[in-house]
Design a protein around this ligand. Structure first.
Ligand code: ASP
Length: 324
């Protein structure tokens, strides 16, 4: 399987490096661009397949919420993706524990954390939002709820992920350092033909993390935030740093104050850099869209990319970054 780095080098022809084109272009496919509705964006190169699925909903006039659920499910179900859903790398005890959240245009949200044995945690998160008076269910409680809702209990540890874990066990070095090859949450934001926004975020989190560790991805306001009047944002990278700054909420609030999506993402990244001080081994990327259909991203280090699908097609875009 190609690593993401290889993929970035050879990926979609639509990819345009930051700064080559003017900042705003109706052509759309640049960081910090503007696009017509509907529109879907999602993190990393697996965003391409996820966007293609989401686009089926959006292009038929469907709701952004359905698009962001269906889109990320494709990645959750793919056993070759080692950072999301089935095939996700386990914690240090060999258990695959998943985190996910979803938020709709009414500001309703649902979330699951440390959920085992369920291939599509994003759909369980949606059920939490729609079928319970709660926002978040975790661990065994989330699993019991999922089973009661008809989800199938399955083994998520694949042969390959078990092999990787056994290899890691040889040294068992507990270094929860961001490694952009094993940190690939999918966060997805969409705006539908009616101009309504929704978002989703799903991950297996840090590879070989402590059992019970939960990152930013299922935390509303950290890994994802949607305000249908303003915009939506999601995050990927070392979750602890994103939680400390309420990252996605911060990006949306900065857009409320007038920043473009890219400016808001940049300012949120700068907040993290300022707080963490040493960011040499630490990657974080934010993605955002606003109510007008403008989009943008920003990361600490080079290497973060996202996929954009609009009427002109589906393409991979390299994000601008703090570390020059
Ligand atoms: N944000 C995720 C976490 O900390 C990891 C990632 O984006 O890959 O769990």
């Amino acid at each position: 399987m190609k690593s993401r780095r290889d993929f970035i080098k050879t990926a979609a022809l639509g990819t345009v490096a930051a700064g080559i084109l003017p900042k705003f272009s109706m052509a759309g496919n640049i960081p910090g661009g503007m696009s017509s509705k509907p529109l879907v964006i999602s993190t990393w190169d697996h965003g391409l397949v996820a966007n293609a699925e989401a686009w089926k909903v959006l292009s038929n006039g469907g709701r952004a919420l359905d698009a962001v659920e269906n889109g990320v499910m494709i990645v959750e179900s793919d056993p070759s993706q080692t950072s999301v859903g089935r095939g996700g790398l386990p914690d240090r005890d060999g258990r695959v524990t998943l985190d996910a959240c979803i938020m709709n245009e009414f500001g309703d949200c649902g979330s699951v954390a440390c959920l085992e044995h369920i291939v599509n945690p994003i759909s369980v998160a949606r059920r939490v939002m729609e079928k319970t008076p709660h926002v978040m269910l975790v661990g065994d409680g989330a699993l019991e709820f999922a089973i009661a809702q008809g989800f199938k209990k399955e083994k998520l540890l694949t042969e390959n992920s078990e092999k990787a874990w056994r290899e890691w066990l040889k040294e068992s070095q507990y270094k929860p350092i961001i490694n952009i090859e094993n940190h690939d949450t999918i966060g997805m934001l969409a705006i539908d033909v009616n101009g309504n926004l929704s978002g989703s975020c799903t991950t297996s989190g840090l590879a070989f993390k402590m059992h019970g560790r939960v990152g930013d991805s299922p935390i509303i306001g950290a890994g994802l935030y949607v305000d249908n009047e303003i915009g939506a944002a999601c995050a990927t990278g070392l979750g602890e740093t994103v939680i400390r700054q309420c990252g996605s909420f911060l990006v949306v609030e900065l857009m409320r104050q007038g920043r473009t999506p890219e400016e808001a993402c940049k300012e949120a990244v700068e907040r993290i850099v300022k707080h963490e001080k040493d960011v040499k081994d630490l990657q974080v990327g934010f993605l955002a869209i606003n109510k007008q259909g403008e989009y943008g991203s920003y990361a600490i280090h080079p290497g973060f990319n996202f996929a954009l699908h609009n009427k002109e097609g589906n393409s991979l875009i390299s994000s601008d970054h703090w570390q020059k």
